[in-house]
Structures are given as C-alpha cells and as structure tokens.
Design a binder for this molecule. Sequence first.
Ligand code: URP
Ligand code: ZN
Ligand code: ZN
Length: 452
Amino acid sequence: MPLLIQNGQIVTAERQYTADIYIEDEIITSIGTHLEVPGGTRTIDATGKYIFPGFIDPHVHVYLPFMGTFAKDTHASASQAALVGGTTTYIEMLAPGGGEQLEDGWNLWSGLAAGHSACDYTFHIGVTRWDDETEATLRELAAGGMKSFKVFLAYKGAFGIDDAALYNTLALAKELDVIVTAHCENAELVSQLQQKLLAEGKTGPEWHEPSRPEAVEAEGTAHFATFLEMTGARGYVVHLSNALALQAALDARARGVDLSIEGVAPHFLLDRSLTERPDGANFVMSPPLRDKANQAALWKALEDGQIDTVGTDHCPFDVDQKAMGKDNFTLIPNGIPAIEDRVNLMYTHGVSRGGLALSRFVDALSTRPAQLFGLYPRKGAIEVGSDADLVVYDPGYRGQISAGTGHMNVDYSAFEGWEIDGRPEYVTVRGQVAVEAGQFVGEPGRGQLLRR
Ligand code: URP
Ligand code: ZN
Ligand code: ZN
C-alpha cells in the first residue's frame, strides 16, 4: 500500500525542513507540500516529529563464535531490536576463525541472515588469514558487492592477523577499491600485559583496561595507518575509544592517509569505573571502557566531524557467559549489547542534552556510514529514488532503557535505567511499516542483503 508521511520535520545531514513524503513500491517517489495522492494511500501524521533517514549501524556482531562461546542474538532478535531502536540497516562483521576457510565463513554467515533479518543488512568480510584461497574468495566476494573487509590487529590466536597478512589484504583492497575496517590494538602488547597482570594476582574485570591501555590502542591505530600509507588503501578504524588513539588517527590523516574513524556508543557514555562493580564483567569490551576524561574528547571530535560515524559494536553475552571469566579477566567474553539503544542514547546525550547538532547526528549515524560503505544514496538519504527507510522520531517521548523491556536476546543492559529523551515512533523499511507506536510490527525475514 502506498504511504504518505505528512507534516514531519525532515532532518538530513544537509538540511531541515517541513514536508510530506510519498512512498510507493519501497521507494520515496515524491517530497513536497500538499502532495496529491491516490485513494487507498495510508497516511501517517508526523506533526511535531522529526523524520530521519533510517539509521545504519556500521559495526555489529550477531553470529559470533568468540572466546569459547557464542554471541547471543540471532538475526531475528537483532533486527527487531535494531528496528525498534531506529536502525534500518546493519553491517555485520563476518569473522571466521583463523583455521577456517573464508568461503565456508561466507556461506555460514550469509545463510544465518538470509530470511531471518527483518531489516536490510550487509557484511564486512573478515580476513583472519592470508593464502591463495582467501585471496580468491575475497576477489569473488568484492566482485559480488561485498566492498568492505575487516581485520583484527588484536585477538592473537583467534581472529588476529600478522603484518604480512595485513599488508597483502590492504594491497588487494587498494586494487579492488575496497575499504578496510580494522580493530586497532597491538596483540602482542595485550598478551604480554595480560600475563603480567595475572602473574601479579590481578584477575578481576577492573584489570581488563590496564591490560590494553590507551597507548596500546594508539600504537595499533598508528600501525594500521602506516600500512595504509604504504599501500594507498582506504581504511576505517573501528570503535576508537580514547584521545591518544584519536590523535594517532588524526596525525595520519594530516599526512594524507585515507583513514575514517568510528566511535561506538559505549565509549561515549560508559567508563572504566563500571568494571569495579560486582557486575563489572558486563562492562568488559575491547578496546576497553576508558577513563571518563576521554569522553569529552570523543564528543568534541564527533561534533567537529573528526569522528566520522557512530556504531555500537553490538556483541551480546548473557551474565552467565560473562561469568566464564570470574577468576580470570582474560576469559570474560568481550562485548556489550547496544544495537537497540544507540540512536536514543546518542540523541539524548548528544542532541538533547549535549552539543551535537541534529544534522551531524544524522550524518554520523546514517549518512556517513552509507557513504563510506557504498550504500549512499540508496540508504542514508531522504531523496526521491532513495529506499523508503524512515524513522519518525518523537522528541517528546520520555522513557528508560531496560533489558526487561528490550528486544535484544541478552539478560542485562549496560544502560539499565538510563533515561531517554525521545524514541522512534514509526520506522519503515523499504516503505513497509516495521515499527508502530514504538512496537515491532514488521515482517520477520524481509530484510535484504545489500550488495554494494
Ligand atoms: O569487545 C568487543 N569489541 N567484542 C566484539 C569483538 C570486537 O572486537 O569487535
Ligand atoms: Zn573489535
Ligand atoms: Zn566489533
């Protein structure tokens, strides 16, 4: 059924204006005032509401075998949570273990999403080893539209790659015009520091941060940047967490390195003191939550556009999974769930209570990810011809985050009890209403794999 969204404040990365949006066959077909529409059109009154382009989460983990267990979500649960939170597209990290063939990984990861996600999705293709087979599969996947790779400089013995594999991956990416996303922490330093702390009897979750300090991430960031400089590839540092690493990335940019920067919601809002609580394991992720002082630097860099995008690094483990590391912090599955809460948290603490311009908020959470990952202007825009992925956002809503009322398949929230100053009232995915009055009403499995 055609859809008309009337009288909303349309907010894009470039401008803000009041207009009606008419949608037919999954696409925005006109934008204007007093649009003439055929009978049988469904109308949504968006008076007093913002209309944002569907938000894009450029960094999520849904299926993830990691640290002796599995992340908890399925594409059914993750996509419903995403949609209720205003995210209409997510990019999952496909991360086969170093002993696994990439082609098998592709078949597994893409098979788990197909027919299960209620929103659109695509993948960063994880490169966890380098050989002829990997190269051939990367060429094939890039030709098929999977135009971003992922490397982990951390996680020695799991996903982590050595410098030779890093160099080869970047050289291929340059040839194929593929952007490479990277987790930037020096794996050897993390490993050495972990062993040292454990030997000193420092086993609790509060020692996770000192085992991978800011300088270790700054080294990883500079290391990645140097390899980008030598190969001419385009890079994107994921989940950058602190001011020192930020400076390393900005220094590289100043030298002309093509490096984009992602922040993730937990690092803007949570700090390392949380790991000192009895439930501290629930706040263990990598790079770790940092000293609070870093948050001001992250927010400023986001406001100024130095940080390009905001994702989540959504990675849900239940409390009993987190307990795997109760006697040894290096065994706590790393990750914090947030796919449902990113938009509301960044709106509340950035736009409503902070200094983040509404246009920059839309840019960082929708338009910029679309541009960097080859989805724009199909996604990330409100234009005639764009997919009708829209968020009708109610800035008058007041509520609280709670695992009990959320849709992520996980039994705790790192943001339990946090207030939100707004929420998506309606969300459309390619013209179909998937969220109404804040509740999921969409079609499970309707999401499409986005080839870029
Ligand atoms: O702690 C995290 N970030 N877990 C997920 C894996 C990763 O490094 O992105
Ligand atoms: Zn990571
Ligand atoms: Zn991640």
